[in-house]
Write a protein that binds this ligand. Structure first.
Ligand SMILES: [Zn+2]
Length: 109
């Protein structure tokens, strides 16, 4: 059983159930990268929030970054220009829907 007091802040990506991976804050010092994070993750009510509020409120978990985005040993653990691109519905409308024909093909293996 999980202790609710110890539960990590939720990842802001819609439908992401990850509760254990490391969280990353928005890169508020990198306006261009920041915008890409917003457009990729679409945090709730982000249109009404300032950059500072978004930085304080939202987190994106490890799941959404490609391997090359990680820089072990740094404070942030991410490249300065890392952008969340994985398992995100907003940028890839078809990624989360499994094509039934392909699913059939998969079963043969
Ligand atoms: Zn996530």
């Amino acid at each position: 059983m999980q202790n609710p007091l110890k539960r990590k802040r939720p990842c802001c990506v819609a439908k992401c159930e990850n509760r254990h991976s490391k969280r990353h804050r928005f890169p508020k010092n990198e306006p261009e990268i920041f915008k890409q994070w917003i457009s990729n993750t679409q945090p709730v009510n982000h249109h009404e929030l300032s950059q500072e509020q978004i930085y304080n409120k939202f987190y994106v978990c490890d799941n959404h970054f490609q391997q090359e985005c990680f820089v072990p040993g740094t404070h942030r653990g991410l490249r300065r220009d890392a952008v969340p691109t994985l398992f995100i519905k907003a940028t890839n409308p078809n990624r989360n829907s499994i094509d039934p024909i392909k699913l059939e093909a998969y079963k043969k293996y």
